[in-house]
Design a protein around this ligand. Structure first.
Ligand code: TYC
Length: 102
């Protein structure tokens, strides 16, 4: 890497920079107390799933312990988590919802 040349240290960009914002996974966690129908309702109401999709995803969480319910920008993910946590708390269910950088 001899440096007895005359370049001025400029990096020649090849591929264009198309910076996308980071995405965040929103996860729902299983617990022993929240009723299955409540979780199905949450998935329909806050994540726009059909009843059949919501039921299937609820069962996945019930069996596996957790599942990704959607992938969003930071702000949207934060809002979803807050809405679910608030709704669960108001109904006195211990349902947990969190987010994680993808
Ligand atoms: N395990 C709960 C029950 O048996 C149902 C449940 C499913 C709870 C998914 C939380 O995220 C959850 N009533």
């Amino acid at each position: 890497k001899g440096d007895d040349d005359d370049d001025v240290g400029l990096k020649l960009e090849t591929r264009p920079k198309t910076k996308r914002p980071p995405l965040y996974k929103v996860l729902i966690l299983n617990d022993d107390y929240t009723p299955m129908e409540f979780v199905v309702h949450v998935l329909e109401r806050f994540f726009g799933l059909s009843h059949a999709q919501a039921f299937e995803l609820m069962l996945t969480v019930h069996k596996k312990g957790l599942a990704v319910v959607g992938v969003f920008s930071f702000e949207i993910a934060e809002t979803k988590v807050a809405q679910v946590m608030d709704f669960a708390q108001r109904h006195q269910h211990p349902l947990q919802c969190t987010m994680e950088k993808e």
